[in-house]
Design a protein around this ligand. Structure first.
Ligand SMILES: Cc1cc2nc3c(=O)[nH]c(=O)nc-3n(C[C@H](O)[C@H](O)[C@H](O)COP(=O)(O)O)c2cc1C
Length: 368
């Protein structure tokens, strides 16, 4: 018998809670349960299944009778609680089709709007006269042709309706190299006195020069490529098939089934073990997330310049994705999915659009 290692105690006077951050369950405990808990923490061998309080602990999963091996998280408990405590949310109760997703999302937005909205930014009230106005932004001419950088920035938008149309392997290859590949063009930047592992360069900056982010190609409708999940090798610009696809994309993304037609996308992970190695404090967890944010935007801009529309989500069903991309411990974790493909440019899927049309009040402050 052991105390479930994924629990912590949270006092909120006058109440005390025990929180299982892996299953996302919280229990309020009274003084009798709290005293017994302390007793059992000090001496676990006292655990007695016939004791009324102990049996409650067992049933609630606060004590477990299997051996849970220690995990490999190498930062403090604060970051571990946050990381594990925000994974696999809603698992077991995800929408099974787009209609169900749209209904739930619509109610969620209505509920959010029923609450007091956040205050405007403290400077939002300022008028032009109180501000230093900038010269107008450069027009297209300054950015080159045929599709200038300015146009790419203006055309990037999140779409939630994709055509059942394949994409070419060449386009996918270009995008992977320019966004995730270690750039041969930047090899002259190499410094002999810096260890080799820090010399690889991508088009996005990388926290600590570690290139802790990795990319896994989700190929659903790519010409010449078997549908599946592939590891992208940034040094050799090559793929390794890891899994065949056995469920629609939406079931990996908390039921967002409007994404099921997306022909390809990239799951971005972070090699936390690289971060653990270089940085001892969990402040570096932020760096992992920021690193991924940089690469994500590069992917979206690159996909836009190739004529695709993009969609991204951090609402992941991690346990399913981890199986497909073969992550079996905490040393590498998945954080984001970016999809791309041909689209009619619609912001909302049909199912959500029809709910919005029926509703006379403005409702949608954005998605997810
Ligand atoms: C980190 C992040 C997570 C997001 N997650 C979702 C998501 O789960 N589902 C979704 O439909 N859109 C998601 N979006 C897209 C936003 O809803 C979208 O960017 C926003 O509405 C602004 O629209 P735009 O991208 O067209 O400018 C996400 C965006 C970001 C940056």
């Amino acid at each position: 018998m052991q105390l479930n290692p994924y629990t912590f105690l949270l006092p909120k006077p006058p109440r005390l809670f025990i929180w299982n951050y892996k299953t996302h369950e919280q229990f309020e405990i009274d003084s009798a349960h709290a005293s017994r808990l302390v007793e059992l923490i000090e001496q676990t061998t006292l655990f007695d299944k016939s004791h009324p309080i102990d049996s409650v602990f067992l049933e609630a999963g606060i004590f477990v009778d299997q051996d849970l091996p220690p995990d490999d998280w190498q930062w403090d408990d604060l970051s571990k609680i946050f990381h594990i405590g925000t994974k696999d949310l809603g698992a077991g109760d995800t929408p099974i089709n787009t209609k169900e997703w749209a209904d739930r999302y619509f109610s969620h937005c209505q509920e959010a709007l029923s609450r007091q909205p956040p205050l405007p930014h403290p400077f939002a009230h300022l008028q032009r006269e109180n501000l230093l106005c900038l010269p107008p932004p450069a027009d297209n001419g300054a950015f080159g042709e045929p599709i200038g950088f300015r146009q790419v920035l203006l055309q990037r938008k999140t779409c939630r309706s994709f055509l059942k149309k394949s994409v070419s392997l060449n386009d996918v290859s270009t995008l992977l190299y320019l966004c995730l590949g270690y750039l041969k063009e930047r090899e002259p930047d190499t410094y002999e006195m810096i260890p080799g592992m820090f010399n690889a360069r991508r088009s996005s900056p990388s926290g600590g020069g570690l290139n802790a982010s990795e990319g896994y190609l989700y190929a659903y409708n790519v010409q010449g490529l078997d549908p599946g999940i592939y590891y992208y090798h940034p040094n050799f610009h090559a793929l390794k098939l890891l899994s065949r696809l056995n469920s629609p994309l939406g079931s990996l993304l908390q039921g967002q089934h409007f994404a099921d037609n997306i022909p390809f996308g990239i799951f971005l992970t972070s090699r936390l073990d690289k971060m653990w190695w270089k940085y001892r404090h969990s402040q570096a967890y932020r760096v992992s997330l920021l690193d991924i944010g940089h690469i994500s935007q590069t992917i979206q801009l690159c996909a836009t310049s190739l004529g695709f529309k993009t969609w991204l989500t951090a609402a992941l069903t991690e346990s399913k994705i981890e199986k497909l991309i073969k992550l079996d411990d905490l040393s590498e974790q998945v954080f984001l999915f970016i999809g791309a493909g041909h689209s009619n440019g619609e912001t909302f899927c049909e199912e959500l659009q029809s709910l919005l049309n029926k509703n006379s009040q403005p409702i949608n402050p954005g998605i997810q």
